[in-house]
Every structure is written in structure tokens, then in C-alpha cells.
Design a protein around this ligand. Structure first.
Ligand code: GDG
Length: 470
């Protein structure tokens, strides 16, 4: 058995004085620790010229290897093609998608540099697991250099159908790049449907009886297994953090500032996929149409600034500032502010305490691969007095969380109705809904997700010549 080698754009190298990483990083680290693994990716540093030098450190039984990128390549690769082209495209937002051949070339170049830097670090028996939309072509670049190891890919964001993906001028190339993997995993059945539709309509490839497609890569036939692997969280761990954090000064300050008002909470990166303006409008509709909640409810939105170098993210910040200001201007009393809007990140533990203090978790993305906030909100609840999750039907999490009140975030009136229902929901119904969801979360943890993906990857039969080589 070789090692597991995880590749992601950013690498969670532990640094002294920094807070512990979140659930996904923890799950990946546990997997890597078990097999003496390696985590490879970008160092987080740019320089005038790109540098092939690999920096390696070992910490907690895991090897970390990172490379620097040139400023210009990183801009085209990250702010450009990854976040201004692929991110909106894969979230069905064609109107926000930009395309520039220079950025597409930088994306390819960075993926090639990743492959060139990683290849010498790989042993023949290693299993490589590449993550997310920034690195789709990396396996094709590794294969072009002769890599024969098992390589898997997991896409954390949605996979759109070909009617959407085909807006990308190099859509077919991107699909062909996926054929270099032995296993491609997506979050949900809906995403798997999108992926299969893209292979069928984009490349004329149809799945065999066991859910794989065949195609040619670097002059040889390969088979790629396709499957859905919904990601989870460290459910027990998060529940413990939330219980402790609810006694910490921050949560106590929040609770005492609420008086006997109910709290609605939302927390995410400030991103246009998360449906933040729609959520503000839904809350506004609650106050307008259900006046019994006036001065009885407060909506706290934590919106951590993100990707400020992309123009659409700056526009979103302005829109939210205006919406929060308008709702407060229209409805506030001298002793009540309906919307508390915090446009910066708060510490993870503090956030967990806030979730636990909230009667309603309001999670309304317009599209989302999974959405971990929905899962964290549920895990954070007090089993004796749990809150209610209101969840967008467009989040991957909605596929399995049937105790949530589902909502179409574009329908402000529907959101107001669900908020009213959640705020009035009796304890017995809250408990029943919560217990069902919690059972699901305890079953589908981040660790189980990683183990299932890697087990499936290990079981994928490799072409005969590859086995002979290994
Ligand atoms: C991508 C996919 C998929 C949020 N605000 C703060 C903060 N957070 C934490 C949450 C949660 C994480 O960030 C966000 O995870 P999500 O899953 O909700 O969203 P993305 O960042 O878009 O993640 C998504 C995920 O990958 C995993 O596959 O579920 O669909 O888009 O953990 O708690 N953390 C802190 N302060 C904040 O203010 N510390």
C-alpha cells in the first residue's frame, strides 16, 4: 500500500498561533495521518517569477509540500479562470461569468506546474486525491508526464448540465480532462445527473452498467468511475464545540442582548451564490407581512469578506449594506434593531455558540454543492430545545436533510411564511425534525465521506498495463 496524497489549491499547513482548521481540513488530516500521507498545493505566496522549488515540512505525522506561484499566473488562475469563470458557471450564473483566453492559459499553466512539482514526490503505489474546480486538468497534466497512479477527483461545488456548461468556450476540453481520473466524485445525485448529461451531450459518452465512462487520454483508453459522495462534518466534535461555546462570553453577550426576542442566524462567506440579498428580502417580507413578529425577532447575519479582488464580490457587499440599512431604517425601534449585519469573519467556536443560541438557522443559497453551515447549525443545537433549519432547495444539503423547512430563496413571500412557521413551531415538532437530521449527520460524517471516497478509488480496476507498472 502506498500513501494517500491530497492535492488542493490551498494547503492547511499548521502554523503556530493560528486557530485550528475547520471540519474538512480535520477530516483530510485524519485520513492522511492514518497512512503517513502527503498534502500538496499552493503555499499561499506569490512572487515575481514562478518557482519550481517545493517547500516541505512535516507536522503531526503528515508531510506538507507547497509551491509558490508567480503573481501574474496566480491572478489569471485564481481570480480569473477559477473564480470569475468556473465558479459562476458551475453555480448556474452565466450572467456573471467572464472569459479570457489569457486566464484560461494561466489556469492550464498552473495545473501543469502543480503536476510537474508533484510528480517527483510520488511513489508508484501512492493514491492521489485532487480537490475542486481550481485543479480539474491536473490529472491530465500528470498523465501527460507519465503518471500511472490511481488518481481521484472530488468537486465540492455543483456540476451543471451541458446546457449551462456549454457556455464555456473550452467546455469539451474540461470534460476530456476529467477522463484522466480513475474516479470523479460529486456531492449529490443532482450533480451526478449534471455530470452524466455533460458527458453524453458534450462528448457522446454514456455510462456503462457500473457507472463509469470510457475515453482516450494521452493516446490510451481509460475508464473513469463517476459517483456521488455527499460531504459531512465532524458532527460530534462540532456539537461539543457549540455546547462549550454557548457558555463563552460572546454567546452570553449575544443571548443577554436579545432579551426575550427570538434569534435568526445566517453565516457564510460574502458570496453571490449564498443568496444573501434574497435572505434579507425574505426577512423584510416577514416584518412586512407578519407584524406580530415586530420587535420580537432579530436576524444576525455574519458575512465573512471573501474574494475581494473579483468585482462582483465588491458589488454584492454594497447591495447588502443598502438592504440591511433599508430594513433597519423601515422597521427599527429606538430599542430594537431588526438586522444585525456583521461583514467580517467571527471565530469558529463563537459562531458555533451563535448557532446554538438561534431559534432559526436561515441557509438560502441560490446554488451550493453541499453547504456545511446547514449541517453545523443542526449539530450545534441543544437536544432539549433545538432550533429550526430553513434551507434552500438548491443546496446539496437539501437532498438528505428532510427535517428542514425547504424554501426557494427567490420567493421572498415563501421565505417569510417559512420563517413565521419556524418561529411558531412547537417544541415536539422541532425535536422530531432535529432528531431525524442529527441521525443522518452522525452517520454521514466528514471522516466517513473521505473513507468512502478513498475506498471506492482503491477498488477501481486500473488498466492492465498500469497494474503491471505498479
Ligand atoms: C464549498 C462549497 C461545500 C462561515 N462564516 C464563517 C465561517 N464559516 C465557515 C462555516 C463552514 C464554512 O465556512 C463554509 O462552508 P460551506 O459548505 O457552507 O461553503 P463554501 O465555503 O462555499 O464551501 C460548499 C463545501 O465546499 C465543502 O465541500 O459544502 O457547497 O461551496 O464551515 O462554518 N467560519 C468562521 N468564521 C466565519 O465568519 N470561522
Amino acid at each position: 500500500m502506498g500513501r494517500v496524497v491530497v492535492v488542493s489549491n490551498r494547503v492547511a499547513v499548521p502554523r503556530r498561533g493560528e486557530p485550528a482548521a475547520g471540519g474538512l481540513a480535520v477530516a483530510l488530516k485524519d485520513v492522511l495521518k492514518a497512512g503517513g500521507g502527503l498534502w500538496f498545493g499552493w503555499s499561499g505566496e506569490t512572487r515575481r517569477e514562478s518557482s519550481p522549488a517545493v517547500k516541505q515540512v512535516r507536522s503531526g505525522g503528515i508531510d506538507y509540500a507547497t509551491i509558490d506561484l508567480s503573481e501574474q499566473d496566480h491572478k489569471g488562475f485564481y481570480a480569473g479562470y477559477s473564480n470569475a469563470t468556473l465558479w459562476p458557471l458551475f453555480h448556474f450564473r452565466l450572467g456573471l461569468m467572464e472569459f479570457d483566453r489569457k486566464d484560461a492559459a494561466a489556469y492550464r499553466k498552473v495545473n501543469r506546474e502543480f503536476a510537474q512539482a508533484l510528480l517527483p514526490l510520488l511513489g508508484p503505489q501512492d493514491t492521489v486525491w485532487i480537490h475542486d474546480y481550481q485543479l480539474i486538468p491536473m490529472a491530465a497534466e500528470l498523465r501527460a508526464l507519465g503518471a500511472k497512479q490511481r488518481i481521484g477527483f472530488f468537486l465540492h461545488i455543483p456540476f451543471p448540465p451541458f446546457a449551462v456548461l456549454s457556455a464555456l468556450p473550452d467546455a469539451e476540453q474540461l470534460l476530456r480532462d476529467l477522463l484522466a481520473y480513475d474516479l470523479v466524485g460529486v456531492q449529490t445525485k443532482r450533480d451526478l445527473g449534471g455530470l452524466l448529461n455533460c458527458f453524453a451531450e458534450g462528448l457522446g459518452l454514456f455510462p456503462d452498467a457500473t457507472g463509469g465512462v470510457r475515453g482516450e487520454v494521452a493516446g490510451r483508453q481509460r475508464r473513469t468511475q463517476l459517483s456521488a459522495h455527499p460531504i459531512g462534518i465532524d458532527t460530534r466534535g462540532f456539537a461539543t464545540i457549540a455546547r462549550k461555546a454557548s457558555y463563552a462570553p460572546e454567546a452570553q453577550r449575544l443571548i443577554s442582548s436579545m432579551g426575550d426576542r427570538a434569534l435568526i442566524v445566517g453565516a457564510e462567506r460574502l458570496d453571490y451564490t449564498k443568496g444573501l440579498p434574497q435572505r434579507m428580502r425574505g426577512f423584510g417580507a416577514l416584518l412586512a407581512n407578519f407584524p406580530e413578529h415586530l420587535n420580537k425577532v432579530t436576524y444576525l447575519q455574519v458575512a465573512a469578506r471573501s474574494r475581494n479582488e473579483v468585482a462582483s464580490y465588491r458589488d454584492l457587499k454594497r447591495e447588502l449594506d443598502a438592504l440591511a440599512g433599508r430594513i433597519n431604517g423601515d422597521y427599527a425601534e429606538f430599542d430594537w434593531t431588526p438586522v444585525r449585519y456583521v461583514a467580517r469573519a467571527v471565530a469558529r467556536d463563537t459562531l458555533a455558540g451563535f448557532y446554538r443560541a438561534a431559534r432559526v438557522g436561515l441557509v438560502t443559497p441560490l446554488r451550493d454543492g453541499m453547504n456545511l453551515v446547514a449541517k453545523e447549525y443542526v449539530a450545534a443545537q441543544d437536544p432539549e430545545d433545538p432550533g429550526v433549519l430553513i434551507l434552500s432547495q438548491f443546496a446539496g444539503a437539501a437532498e438528505a436533510m428532510d427535517g428542514a423547512l425547504l424554501v426557494n430563496p427567490l420567493d421572498a413571500q415563501a421565505m417569510a411564511e417559512q420563517l413565521d412557521r419556524a418561529l411558531k413551531m412547537p417544541l415536539a415538532e422541532r425535536k422530531e425534525r432535529w432528531e431525524g437530521m442529527m441521525r443522518g449527520l452522525e452517520d454521514q460524517t466528514a471522516m466517513r465521506w473521505a473513507e468512502n471516497f478513498l475506498t471506492e478509488l482503491e477498488e477501481v480496476p486500473l488498466p492492465d498495463q498500469d497494474l503491471a507498472w505498479a
